[in-house]
Write a protein that binds this ligand. Structure first.
Ligand code: WTA
Length: 633
C-alpha cells in the first residue's frame, strides 16, 4: 500500500517530503507494488525536449498489480460490480478471481489473433464489463489500448484508428443507453470503410440479440474467441516507461492528439491518488459515473480502484433513465460509499427537482466528488445539501487527460472544503501561477495562468507519433514549465480555484473540445465559407457551443440550414459537438493581420454587449453591430 494520509499533519508532511526529496518520496510509494525488477533510477527529466522518465529500468506488469497481487486475500471480493442500463435487469459482478480469469482468457484470444506487445488495439464500446476486461487484457500482454468514446462518429473513430495504426478494434454489437438502442458495430464498419488498413480483426462483444451485418473476413465474436481460452496468461514484462495507453483529446489546434501514458509512473500515481483522495477503505463500494472513453474512467473506474483492491461500480446507463433519480437509486441499492460525477450531471439533476433525490437513503456516502469542469456555486450547494446532506465532504478534483491523475483536490475529512475551490495540490504536484509574459505571480489572493513546474509520475510522456507537438502544446508557452491551458485563482489561504480554459478549448458537459475542430466540421458544409466557434455560458452544460457562420449563398431556409450544420458536425465528430446556437453572419471581426478577434465573439455569444473593448484595430469594425443585432439568446 502506498502511504495513507489520515490527518492534516500527514498531508503537510507528505507534501513537504514530495517537494524536498521527490525521488525518495515516490520511491517509497512505488515500493508497495509488485515489480518484476526494481528500477535503477527514480527520475530523469527535462521539460525542454521534454523528456520524463520515472522508475527507469524497473520492470512490471500493471495487471499483476491490479489483479494477481490481490488474489491472496481478495480472490472472492467483488472487483467490478456492474449496474445495467435497465434497472430491471440483473447486476453482474466479477470477483478478483473471476476478473483474473476473464482478463487472461481475453489476453490469450488477443494473442491468438496476432496481437503482440506494442501493438495498438482500439476500443469502441459501451460501458459493459468486457470493456474493462479488454483494456486489462491488452495491458496483460503489453498491447497499447486506445479507447474511443462510443459517442464519436465513424469519421472521428477512423481518424483515431489510423493515427495509432491499430491492429484490432474491439466493439459491441449494440448499446443500450437510456431509452436509446444504438448500433455500435455499424459505426465501426463505417469507420473501416474509410480506409483503416491496419485493422486485421474486429472482435465483437454480443450485447443484444439483434441481427448484425457481418464481414467473415475480419469480424469475430468475442464469446467464440474468448470463452474457450485458458484462464491463465503470463503477464508480459514491461519497462516502466513502456506505453500503457493512448487516449485522444482535443487541443486548441488541429486534430485531437493521442496523449501517451506509460506503465510505471501512471500505476503509482493512479493508486496513490485514488487511495488518498477517496480515503477508500476495504469493503467500500466506490462509484465513478464517468465513461471509460475518458481519462476519468481509465484512472478512476479501472486502474486506480483495482490497483487499490477496491470494488468499483461500473454503470451502463445515464443519470436520467428511467428517471432523474437513477443515481440515487443505485447509491441506495449498492450502499455506495464514494460517489464521483461531473458538474453537468449535477446541474441537470438539480433542474429536475429535489423530489428525485430527497426520498433516498444516502447514509452510506462518505465522499462525493466532482470532476471535468468548474462546478458553479449553485451546483456545489445543491450537491452539498441534497446529496451530501451537509454531512459528506465534496471533493472538487482538478486534473486533465495529460496529468493522468488528480492534481488539485481537497482530501475529504482532512483538508477543509470551500465551494467552487479545488483547493490544494496533492503531494508531488508543484504549481505556479504566471502572467501572460510568464512572470511568476507570487503571494496569495491572485489570479494567473496555471503551470506545473516539476514532473509527477503520471504525466503524459508524448503525443503519439508527434513528439514536437507535445513540446509545442505544453512546454513551449512558458519554457521550463508544463502549461495546463487553465486560468486559476489562489485565495488568501493558498487554495486554488480553476476558472477555466484560457485557450481555444471549450468544455461542453465536461466533454473537452477544440473550437478549431468544430469549425473544421462546420466548414465541410458546402455552403459554408468560414466559421468561428466559441463557448458561452450554458446553465446545464457549463459551456454551450456558439457558431458564427459565413455562407457562400444566402440561406433561404434558416431552420433547414441549421439542421444541416448540426448533421455535418454529428457526422464528422459526433453529437456531443453539435452547436447549440448558429448565427449566419456576413463577416467575422478580424485584425489587420487577419486574426479573428475571438474576444468579441465570446462577448456577443454570452449576451454581453458592454465593454467590447477597443474595436478600432479591426479591419472591419462595422461587423460588430451586425453581430450584436443578429445575436441569438
Ligand atoms: C477542466 C478531465 C474546473 C479543465 C479529468 C481541464 C476542471 C480540463 C476540473 C481537462 C475541475 C477538469 N474544475 N475545471 N475540477 N476538472 N477541468 O482532459 O479546464 O477531459 O483543463 O480531463 O477540464 O479535461 P479532460
Amino acid at each position: 500500500m502506498t502511504q495513507q494520509i489520515k490527518s492534516i499533519a500527514d498531508y503537510h508532511k507528505a507534501y513537504q517530503d514530495s517537494v524536498t526529496d521527490p525521488e525518495s518520496f515516490w520511491a517509497k510509494q512505488a515500493e508497495s507494488f509488485t515489480w518484476k525488477q526494481k528500477w535503477d533510477r527514480v527520475l530523469e527529466w527535462n521539460f525542454e525536449e521534454p523528456r520524463v522518465k520515472w522508475f527507469e529500468g524497473g520492470k512490471l506488469n500493471i495487471t499483476e498489480n491490479c489483479i494477481d497481487r490481490h488474489l491472496a486475500d481478495k480472490a472472492d471480493q467483488v472487483a467490478i460490480l456492474w449496474e445495467p442500463n435497465d434497472p430491471n435487469q440483473p447486476n453482474r459482478s466479477l470477483t478478483y478471481q473471476q476478473l483474473h480469469d476473464e482478463v487472461c482468457k481475453t489476453a490469450n484470444a488477443l494473442k491468438a489473433h496476432g496481437v503482440e506487445k506494442g501493438d495498438r488495439v482500439c476500443f469502441y464500446m459501451p460501458m459493459v464489463p468486457e470493456l474493462a476486461i479488454g483494456v486489462l487484457a491488452c495491458a496483460r500482454i503489453g498491447a497499447v489500448h486506445s479507447v474511443v468514446f462510443a459517442g464519436f462518429s465513424a469519421s472521428a473513430l477512423a481518424d483515431r484508428i489510423k493515427d495509432a495504426a491499430c491492429k484490432m478494434v474491439i466493439c459491441s454489437d449494440y448499446n443500450s443507453r437510456g431509452p436509446k438502442f444504438i448500433p455500435v458495430k455499424k459505426v465501426v464498419d463505417d469507420a473501416l470503410a474509410m480506409g483503416c488498413d491496419s485493422v486485421e480483426t474486429v472482435l465483437v462483444h454480443r450485447n443484444s440479440n439483434e441481427p448484425l451485418d457481418w464481414n467473415p473476413a475480419i469480424d469475430r465474436w468475442w464469446h467464440e474467441e474468448v470463452d474457450h481460452q485458458a484462464a491463465v496468461c503470463p503477464a508480459a514484462t514491461m519497462d516502466a516507461e513502456d506505453m500503457l495507453f493512448i487516449l485522444y483529446t482535443s487541443g486548441s489546434t488541429g486534430k485531437p492528439k493521442g496523449v501517451v501514458h506509460t506503465c510505471g509512473g501512471y500505476m503509482v500515481f493512479a493508486e496513490y491518488s485514488f487511495r488518498n483522495v477517496f480515503q477508500y477503505e476495504t469493503g467500500d463500494i466506490y462509484w465513478c459515473t464517468a465513461d471509460i472513453g475518458w481519462i476519468t474512467g481509465h484512472s478512476y473506474i479501472v486502474y486506480g480502484p483495482l490497483l487499490a483492491g477496491a470494488t468499483t461500480l461500473m454503470f451502463e446507463g445515464v443519470p436520467t433513465y428511467p428517471d432523474a433519480s437513477r443515481f440515487w437509486q443505485v447509491c441506495q441499492k449498492h450502499g455506495v460509499a464514494q460517489f464521483y460525477t461531473a458538474p453537468t450531471a449535477i446541474r441537470a439533476l438539480m433542474a429536475f427537482g429535489d423530489q428525485f433525490v430527497d426520498s433516498f437513503d444516502l447514509d452510506t456516502l462518505k465522499v462525493i466528488g466532482s470532476v471535468g469542469e468548474p462546478i458553479n456555486l449553485e451546483a456545489w450547494n445543491w450537491y452539498n445539501e441534497k446529496v451530501g446532506r451537509k454531512r459528506v465532504p465534496i471533493i472538487d478534483t482538478w486534473w486533465q487527460t495529460e496529468t493522468g491523475g488528480m492534481m488539485i483536490t481537497p482530501l475529504p475529512g482532512i483538508t477543509d472544503t470551500k465551494p467552487t475551490y479545488a483547493s490544494y495540490p496533492l503531494p508531488g504536484v508543484q504549481l505556479e501561477l504566471v502572467d501572460n509574459e510568464g512572470r511568476v505571480i507570487e503571494g496569495n489572493d491572485v489570479e494567473g495562468l496555471l503551470c506545473i513546474t516539476f514532473p509527477w509520475p503520471s504525466m503524459l510522456r508524448t503525443t503519439y507519433g508527434d513528439h514536437e507537438r507535445c513540446r509545442q502544446t505544453y512546454f513551449s508557452t512558458f519554457p521550463g514549465k508544463y502549461f495546463t491551458g487553465d486560468g486559476a485563482r489562489r485565495d488568501e489561504e493558498g487554495r486554488y480555484r480553476i476558472i477555466g480554459r484560457v485557450d481555444d478549448v471549450i468544455n461542453v458537459s465536461g466533454h473537452r473540445m477544440g473550437t478549431a475542430e468544430v469549425e473544421n466540421a462546420i466548414n465541410q458544409h458546402e455552403n459554408v465559407v468560414e466559421s468561428a466557434v466559441v463557448g458561452y455560458p450554458h446553465d446545464i452544460k457549463g459551456q454551450g457551443i456558439y457558431a458564427y457562420v459565413i455562407t457562400q449563398h444566402p440561406v433561404a431556409d434558416q431552420d433547414a440550414f441549421i439542421r444541416e450544420i448540426k448533421a455535418v458536425v454529428t457526422q464528422v465528430i459526433g453529437p456531443i459537438a453539435k452547436p447549440d446556437v448558429i448565427q449566419v453572419v456576413s463577416g467575422l471581426p478580424k485584425t489587420r493581420s487577419g486574426k479573428i478577434m475571438r474576444r468579441i465573439l465570446r462577448k456577443v455569444a454570452s449576451g454581453d454587449s458592454s465593454n467590447l473593448g477597443d474595436t478600432s484595430t479591426l479591419l472591419n469594425p462595422e461587423i460588430v453591430d451586425e453581430l450584436l443585432k443578429g445575436a441569438k439568446p
